[in-house]
Design a protein around this ligand. Sequence first.
Ligand code: SF4
Length: 713
Amino acid sequence: MGLFERVFHGSDEMIAKAQQELDSVIADLGESAAMSMPDTGYSLACINAYLGIKVETLGDVRRALDGVKGMMLREPRTHSIFQSGVGTAIAAEIIEACKYARTSAPYEGTKYHGHFSDSEVRTLGVPLVTGEIPGFVVMIGSAPSDEEAVETVKGYQSKGIFVFLLGGIIDQLERAGVTMNYGVRIVPVGPEIWGVGHIISLVVRAAMIFGAVEPGDCDSFHKYTFERINAFVNAYKPVADIVVACGAGAIKLGFPVITNDTDDMWAIPKSLIINENTKDWIDTSLEARGIKLKITNIDIPVAFSNAFEGEIIRRGDMQVEIDGSRVDCFELVRTADAAAVEDHKIEMIGPDLDDIPVGSRISASYTVEVAGRNMQTDFESVIERKIHQFLNCIEGVMHTGQRDMIRVRISKADYEAGFRLRHLGEVLYAKIKSEFEAVVDKCQVRIVVDADMNKELREKANVIFNARDARLKSLTDESVPVFYSCIMCQSFSPSHVCVVTPERLGLCGAVSWLDAKATYELDPNGPCRVVTKERCLDEVTGRFEDVDEAVFQLSHGALEHVTLYSLLTDPMTSCGCFECICGVEPASGGVVITTREHAGMTPAGMTFSEMASFTGGGVQTPGYMGHGKHYIASHKFLRAEGGIGRIVWMPKALKDQVRTKLDATAKDLYGVDDFTDMIADETVCTDDLEALMTFLAEKGHPVLEMTNIAELM
Ligand code: SF4
């Protein structure tokens, strides 16, 4: 059979299976049964993206499947096989959706992941733009041996490549004891090939969320995935026709397929690559997709990769724990005179792991001293905040907290591999020197494992932390000479621009004004630029002529006006990776805020995913706005609409996270005590507006004294 026939045959197989599953579920539940994948605002995303249909019932799915059949051309032309490939992906989504029609969590209790929530898609935003995730691989079938499966998957993981698995390779990794979950970026999607529907669903949602690609605009989807999503496929032999048909869909998206199957297979340059030496697949795949990796050599005996950031080290697996909650510990970055810093000096004071009993919780501190002509003390906290990420990238090390509230677990496996405390210093040295090379000329690290010394050193460190906090508090939008723009997310949201000010951090929550300043100083032509603030047109809404000019230029003309402090008038755009979203709630005249982590309903009658589908992709949507968690307690939050007194509902976990600062701001603005307790949460109501209004009235919430926000629109 020729390649064309194989694609057509494979896609017929997938469509027949979809028809069979759909008929069966409709026979059981009826055509009018509600249908949507869970935790998404895009229903069945492949159908939504390719056919422009937002499925609501099983009957809609039937109509979509009929539409797919109509797409299936059978001419021996490239266009026909690509159409078949796309139709195969949609049919795969339908087969999986039928499982979700019967039960909301069909993979619960299994090793498989299944559907990806919108919130999981959104977490990819920042690591994709920063290059922490340089690409994605979809691995299908079984590797020649369990050992090779482990070697290849770990090889991808150590390079930061996000790994999706389908079929036999999942069992191979399970047998070898490899940890698989979303956090470590090795995801066992499903046992059968139709699990690919979940992966394509994730990809097209990324295009809609980050790229504002409109449902039904197939050309724009393919342009987006080809240009912005570095994905590729590894398909182990034997490759069945149904897999070949999926491969045609992948190639249409711009994702090359690498296989070792030579039977009835025809190589297509840059798209379908036959390489029988599966041990070479990592290099072959990266080259085929044009992925270039930034390598930092770090002299440690275990792997180092962003993929290990989500790794959990359980108590029973830990060799030792640096435990700031019980004993004196801290991490600190300080600027020093060049003469006082010996580059690459790693000093250990006290015992290393060989002399510490296994399972101990120890007092330890690490102080990094940096020197450089362009170094500024303001950058100390910026560098210090990166320590969390740097240490978490070490395989077998888990870091949480910051300053004098840190907890670092080092695994027994690392100890056995030769990892010692001094290697923490090696990692800090290598990463700080490479990531901050424009400001750090010399760097040395001192690690102290001595409870008495650390008690004294911690007191001194706290004096420094307190002084930094005072400096940060003094930074207001009025007190600084300039703001900064950030366009890092333009690699996925081509017209999105964040304007970062001291009182309004980037909506991803990861870029403060100091971060943006440091990023600019590190690379003046990089993603952060100076935005002057000399021509203020309206202080209340935060409208500046020079900000408008910068945004117009940086959004390539897509955006003419933006205000810094308004939700209703020219609000700042959102790219897709926002931590929170706020939106108007007309009954109370206030706003609700919800977060990526909160999957439940809000009084706006929408979940996070549904609210988020109103904005994103660099589009301005008055009344809805993505923002960072720490912006909520800002004096500038919704200043044009009355400030934080507009907030009527937030998830409880978010309230607890921002409570201290939010209460302080409310006291400043309105003279109100314990304001956070006046805000409803899911324990008070979800979408019951009567319960919300009763609660607000009982609490004497300030919003009740304000003009209804709906009247300001
Ligand atoms: S500050 Fe804005 S543009 Fe920059 S990384 Fe964060 S969300 Fe993206």
